[in-house]
Design a protein around this ligand. Structure first.
Ligand code: PLP
Length: 437
């Protein structure tokens, strides 16, 4: 009764993010979640699911942590919020900024806080452009990103996103945003030269693309990118919104590639989704230049930049990640996940490539391994629906590929991982018998 009531209210009053509106109008929400514990979610109908995506790649420490609830209550009673505008500050924001600076590679030592990934990327893009204005190179305003990249849905982050559908939403691609093939550093150099280095502000990239299909670059890709950016004075922004805070088996994804970006954006795992939080790390050089050249006010800031409650939760979340060795667990369980994927690949002819990078994973479906031909209709959306029935939440990527993606909480144990792999196996067996044939 309650579920039916809520479903109809949902259909009438709640426009979901990135929803399939048609499907929503016919069926209503597939699940109304009401509880979470560890890697599990429960819906109002009493059904339990494994959250194989850490919800939206973000609940790194798992659901239902009492410690987080306690620190949130304590901070909320003491000081939930005070403005950090201009010269005001608060203790959790200061401590969290210092902690993140200590975790980050190289000289990325100063943090600007936001409430999420889109705001972080918009901030990084604006800071890059502003930086060049301050440096007396106001024409350096162009932003380059990679095909299949995802950077969010605010204005700048949408335009930096290399998945076309997000830009087509408003049918108005902005000027000054450009895209290069995700696999080619040579193409980046070529484009910078075509645009004129004196016109290019920054290159932005996820260390490993998430929404684009867990696309892992070649090992030397970012070394080449760093060299090219240095050669032409272009700033390099790493979008660590998914890859930050342990997801890849290191604190930050870019550390695997041995380079230090000029700015790094983060969100999701910084608070494991318990509250909305994100930010941008900037290098000491950029910070120094900003301090030396800025006259007057930094005309950029959100009401919730440095939100005391959010930052207190972020601090506790990082404490848990460190205390429980979750970065190392992501590395080890990622290796286990790869072994599981490879076993499935041997068993099912319709699995093409498989890959993992820490606790990010992908299984690609192909009709023909040699030609790479795909199924029509694509298989991964059917697989995801079948898995939900069997109590496992995963995601599908269908731009340019037919892929099942994985991003389980970093707390996952080997037994829990085997549960995921077992449900995937059962579902693929079903697909083989009923769908692929
Ligand atoms: N950047 C990346 C790599 C992301 O995966 C996302 C969200 O999925 C974003 C940015 C946008 O973050 P948010 O949805 O918190 O605005």
């Amino acid at each position: 009764q309650l579920v039916e009531q809520l479903k109809s209210l949902d259909q009438k009053h709640f426009l979901h993010p990135t929803s399939s509106i048609e499907e929503q109008q016919i069926y209503g929400p597939a699940a109304i979640f009401c509880e979470g514990k560890g890697i599990y979610l429960k819906d109002l109908g009493g059904k339990t699911y494994i959250d194989g995506m850490s919800s939206l790649w973000n609940v790194n420490i798992g659901h239902g942590r009492t410690e987080i609830a306690e620190v949130a209550k304590e901070q909320m009673e003491k000081l939930a919020f005070s403005s950090c505008f201009a010269t005001f500050s608060n203790e959790p924001a200061i401590k969290l900024a210092a902690k993140i600076a200590q975790m980050a590679p190289g000289d990325l030592n100063t943090v600007f806080f936001t409430s999420g990934g889109s705001e972080s990327n918009d901030t990084a893009i604006k800071l890059a452009r502003h930086y060049w204005i301050l440096k007396g190179q106001p024409n350096r305003q162009k932003i380059i990103s990679r095909t299949l990249s995802y950077h969010g849905v605010a204005f700048g982050s949408t335009n930096a996103t290399g998945i076309e559908g997000f830009r087509k939403f408003t049918n108005s691609p902005a000027p000054d945003f450009y895209y290069v093939n995700k696999d080619s550093a040579a193409e980046l150099r070529k484009l910078i030269l075509e645009l004129g280095p004196e016109n290019v502000a920054a290159f932005i990239s996820e260390p490993v693309q998430g929404a684009g299909g867990v696309n892992v670059p070649k090992p030397d890709y970012f070394k080449e990118v760093r060299e090219i950016c240095d050669e032409y004075g272009v700033l390099f922004i790493a979008d660590e919104v998914i890859t930050g805070f342990g997801r890849t088996g290191k604190n930050f994804g870019i550390e695997h590639f041995g380079v230090v970006p000029d700015m790094m954006t983060f969100a999701k795992g910084v608070s494991s989704g318990y509250v909305q939080l994100g930010g941008v790390l900037i290098s000491e050089k950029i910070h120094r230049d900003l301090c030396a050249l800025s006259k007057g006010i930094l005309m950029h800031g959100y009401t919730y930049s440095g939100h005391a409650l959010a930052c207190a939760v972020g601090l506790k979340n990082i404490e848990i990640i460190e205390r429980e060795g979750l970065v190392q667990n992501a590395k080890e369980m990622g290796e286990e996940m790869l072994k599981g994927f490879q076993a499935l690949q041997k068993k099912y002819d319709f699995i093409g490539k498989v890959r993992t990078f820490g606790l990010l994973g992908a299984i690609e479906f192909v009709k023909n391994r040699e030609t790479g031909e795909r199924f029509d209709p694509l298989l991964s959306p059917i697989a995801v629906k079948e898995m939900v029935k069997r109590g496992l939440i995963l995601r599908t990527v269908t731009y340019d590929q037919d892929t099942l993606v994985f991003s389980p909480p970093l707390i996952i144990t080997k037994d829990e991982l085997n549960d995921i792999l077992r449900i995937v196996d059962e579902t693929l067996a079903y697909l083989q018998n009923e769908v692929v044939v």
